[in-house]
Design a protein around this ligand. Structure first.
Ligand code: ADP
Ligand code: MG
Length: 393
C-alpha cells in the first residue's frame, strides 16, 4: 500500500538513457549515488552543536557522467519539480575565482560543491542527475544532491577521501551557494550513513555512533504531507539567530553547553520567544541521547514517547510545525501498534516519521489516509548505506 520508489539501478538506467539522448552515443563512465535521510529525533539541534539521530534512506540522488577535456560543465537534471531550465552550461573559472550562484537555482547546489571541492581544480564534465528523494519534502534532497555531486567529482579527480571533511564541504556549498545556513546533519548522514543502522551524531565533535536498527518486527514509516508552506525559507535563519541570541545571553558558546537550570536562572533576561526556542533545543538534545539509549535496548515504547514529546515541543515551543503535520501525527498515534510519530526535517510541511509494529502497517496507512485532509505519500523505509560509487556494467 505504501508508495514504491525507483531502485538505484532503475535510476541509473534512466539517467544513462537521458545521457545518451543529450550527449549522443558516448556512454557515461562514472555513476554514483548519495542518499536522502530521515531524522528519527533531534530536530533543530545540529546547528546548536547538539545530538541528532538520523538514518540514510533507500531514496537517493544518482549522478552519471564523464570528464571532458575542456573547462566546461554541462549538467542536466532528469528530476521534475525544479526551476527551469533543466539543463545548465557553465565554464569553470581558470584563475581560481569563485563560481558564483545564479539561475536556475537548483544548479547552485552543483556550483557550490565544485567551489568547495577539496582537490581543486575540478576538470570539465558532463552529467545527468536523477533522484528518488522528493524535492523540498524534508528528506534532504539538497544534501543528497550535494553529496552525490561531490562523490562524482571524487571519481574524476580524487581528494584525500576524508569523509567528515567531505560532509563539511557539502554543508559549505549549501551555505554559500544555496543560501541556507543549515547544520551538518544532512550531509553527514548522506556521506556516513550505514546500512541497517541509525547514526547518533554529536554535532560538536562530529563523531557518530551507529545503532543497529534491523528488527523485522519494527517498521519506519515516512508520511509526506505533500504540503510546503512558504515560511520555510525565512523562518530557518530566524530560529538560528534566536538560538545564538539565547546562547549569548547564557554566556555559552552554544546551547549544547546550557542546562535547563541555566535557562531558568536567566529567564528574566530574555523574552518569552527566546526562552521557548532555547528550551526546545536544550530538552531536545537530552531527549535525543535518551532515545538512542532506548533504541539500543529495544525499548520502542519509550522511544515512541520521546518522539511525541519532540513533536509537541517543535509545535509549541519551537513553532515549526503546521496543521497538516500535527494532523498526521495525531492520526498515526490513534492506531494500536504505533510507538511514536513526529514531524521530521525543518518543518512547515514535508514529512512525518512514525515508528510502529510491522503487523500494524496496513491499518496505520489506511487510518492516516482516512483522517488526513490531503493526499499523503507513504514510504516504508530501512536504514541504508551512505554515498557510494555504482557499477555501470
Ligand atoms: P529538501 O532538502 O528537504 O528536499 P531543500 O529545499 O533543502 O529541501 O532542497 C530542495 C532543492 O534542492 C530543490 O528545490 C532543488 O533546487 C535542489 N534539488 C534537490 N534534488 C535535486 C535534483 N535531483 N535535481 C535538481 N535539483 C535538486
Ligand atoms: Mg535541504
Amino acid at each position: 500500500m505504501a508508495s514504491s520508489f525507483p531502485s538505484v539501478s532503475e535510476l541509473v538506467a534512466g539517467a544513462r538513457h537521458q545521457y545518451g539522448k543529450v550527449f549522443g552515443e558516448e556512454a557515461p563512465l562514472v555513476a554514483v549515488c548519495a542518499p536522502g535521510r530521515v531524522n528519527l529525533i533531534g530536530e533543530h539541534t545540529d546547528y546548536n552543536q547538539g545530538f541528532v539521530l538520523p538514518m540514510a534512506l533507500p531514496l537517493v540522488t544518482v549522478v552519471v557522467g564523464s570528464k571532458t577535456s575542456e573547462q566546461d560543465v554541462t549538467v542536466v537534471t532528469a528530476t521534475k519539480d525544479v526551476d527551469e531550465p533543466v539543463r545548465v552550461d557553465f565554464s569553470l573559472p581558470s584563475d581560481g575565482s569563485p563560481l558564483s550562484p545564479g539561475s536556475p537555482s537548483w544548479a547552485n547546489y552543483v556550483k557550490g560543491v565544485i567551489h568547495h571541492y577539496r582537490a581543486p581544480p575540478v576538470p570539465g564534465f558532463r552529467a545527468v542527475i536523477a533522484s528518488s528523494v522528493p524535492l523540498g519534502g524534508g528528506l534532504s534532497s539538497s544534501a543528497s544532491l550535494e553529496v552525490a555531486v561531490y562523490t562524482f567529482l571524487q571519481q574524476l579527480k580524487p581528494d584525500d577521501g576524508e569523509k567528515v571533511a567531505k560532509a563539511l564541504s557539502c554543508q559549505q556549498a549549501e551555505h554559500t551557494h544555496a543560501g541556507v545556513p543549515c547544520g551538518i546533519m544532512d550531509q553527514f548522514v548522506s556521506v556516513l550513513g550505514k546500512e541497517g543502522h541509525a547514526l547518533l551524531i554529536d554535532c560538536r565533535s562530529l563523531e557518530a555512533t551507529s545503532i543497529p536498527l534491523t528488527d523485522p518486527e519494527l517498521v519506519i514509516l515516512i508520511t509526506n504531507s505533500n504540503v510546503k508552506h512558504s515560511l520555510t525559507g525565512s523562518e530557518y535563519p530566524t530560529r538560528r539567530r534566536q538560538c545564538e541570541g539565547a546562547a549569548s545571553i547564557l554566556g555559552k558558546a552554544s546551547l549544547r553547553d546550557a542546562t535547563m537550570k541555566d535557562l531558568e536562572e536567566a529567564r528574566d533576561k530574555m523574552d518569552d520567544v527566546t526562552y521557548r526556542r532555547a528550551r526546545h533545543v536544550i530538552e531536545e538534545i537530552e531527549r535525543t541521547v535518551q532515545a538512542a539509549e532506548s533504541l539500543k535496548k529495544g525499548a520502542y515504547r519509550e522511544f515512541g514517547r520521546l518522539m511525541v514529546e519532540s513533536h509537541n515541543s517543535l509545535r509549541d515551543l519551537y513553532e515549526v510545525s503546521c496543521k497538516e503535520l500535527d494532523e498526521l501525527v495525531s492520526a498515526a498515534m490513534e492506531v494500536e501498534g504505533v510507538f511514536g510519530s513526529r514531524m521530521t526535517g525543518g518543518g512547515f510541511g514535508g514529512c512525518t516519521v512514525t515508528l510502529l509494529q510491522a503487523g500494524a502497517i496496513d491499518k496505520t496507512i489506511l487510518h492516516i489516509k482516512e483522517r488526513y485532509n490531503g493526499t499523503p505519500t507513504f514510504y516504508v523505509t530501512t536504514p541504508s548505506e551512505g554515498a557510494r560509487t555504482l557499477s555501470l556494467s
